[in-house]
Design a protein around this ligand. Structure first.
Ligand SMILES: *[C@@H]1O[C@H](CO)[C@@H](O)[C@H](O)[C@H]1NC(C)=O
Ligand SMILES: *[C@@H]1O[C@H](CO)[C@@H](O)[C@H](O)[C@H]1NC(C)=O
Length: 282
């Protein structure tokens, strides 16, 4: 495992909460090397609880005639989900920023650039292969329309947890009863195709991935005040596990992008084992 720099620890821990859900940068050394090479230098952390994302789906959505459930089903059926390669991280980062924070409507160009820099770095750390493959499994999944357009994305990774601390930077020493658990993060769906089950499909794809890694649960972190997101997750079988009152969230205002404190809820679903009894175990 690469040595971790304590200097980077603070923004990392904020990023945990921040980005949608969660955390961990086992490949810090490689990230810095990569960032240096590409001219993207780690600077002041941009906190972000992307937990908001699902809430924004509802709030920022323009009015459209309600689609019939048949039409919604058709759309979702035609969506394919694939694992993004390292080379596609840039495309996913760009998609995420535009879908999550609004395509140019809310964001000033400078803000978009700042968010993109942070998003790119976060995705590379969590799901990218920089110099060597990650030691713990991770995957970045994208949903594409029949025409090949990206319409959704989500990441899933195995992180180190110590009790209620999800995604701690494990240095091999001083860790208090560490365990490995899978964490879902960075879920976003394009504003044009929301509420058609694509988010659900992405979550289910993460669950399948996690099971293929041999885990029987999936965690995620969500802003406590983001009721639409929490409702969706609870509909999908996720239950509140614990709450962190010292989380942070990224707030984009017309003047700035800033960290704000927020309470984060960790939700968990047990995953049915594959095979004969999976129906009953769910
Ligand atoms: C709560 O969140 C903060 C900010 O990310 C983190 O540093 C801290 O370890 C978390 N605490 C627990 C108990 O999870
Ligand atoms: C997340 O939490 C912060 C602080 O409580 C709040 O201001 C913000 O509106 C929340 N976002 C959503 C979408 O719930």
């Amino acid at each position: 495992m690469a040595p971790l720099r304590s200097a980077a620890a603070s923004w990392h821990s904020r990023w945990c909460q921040v980005l949608l859900f969660g955390v961990l940068a086992l490949l810090q050394g490689q990230v810095l090397a990569f960032a240096g090479r590409s001219g993207v230098l780690p600077q002041a952390p941009l906190a972000a609880s992307r937990s908001a994302f699902l809430g924004r789906f509802t709030h920022q959505q323009k009015w459209r005639p309600p689609s019939s459930s048949a039409a919604a089903a058709t759309t979702c059926r035609m969506i394919t989900i694939e694992q993004a390669s390292n080379d596609q991280i840039e495309e996913v980062a760009s998609f995420f920023v535009d879908s999550f924070w609004g395509a140019g409507t809310l964001l000033k160009e400078g803000q978009r650039r700042q968010l993109l820099t942070e998003q790119r770095r976060d995705l590379r750390e969590r799901y990218g292969e920089l110099i060597v493959p990650r030691k713990l499994p991770s995957a970045l999944l994208v949903a594409r329309s029949a025409g090949g357009d990206m319409v959704g994305c989500v990441g899933v990774e195995v992180v180190v947890c110590e009790g209620e601390r999800v995604g701690v930077k494990y240095k091999g020493q001083g860790a208090n009863d560490p365990e490995l658990r899978p964490l879902l993060s960075n879920l976003a769906v394009s504003p044009t195709v929301r509420r058609k089950g694509i988010g659900q499909k992405l979550v289910r794809a993460c669950e399948a991935k996690v099971k293929s890694w041999g885990y029987a649960e999936l965690l995620l972190l969500v802003n406590e005040t983001n009721s639409p997101a929490r409702r969706l997750y609870s509909k999908l079988g996720y239950k509140d596990l614990f709450t962190n009152t010292s989380g942070t969230t990224v707030e984009v205002t017309s003047f700035q992008i800033r960290n704000s404190p927020c309470t984060t809820v960790c939700m968990r679903a047990g995953l049915a084992p594959r095979g004969l009894f999976s129906f009953f175990a769910r």
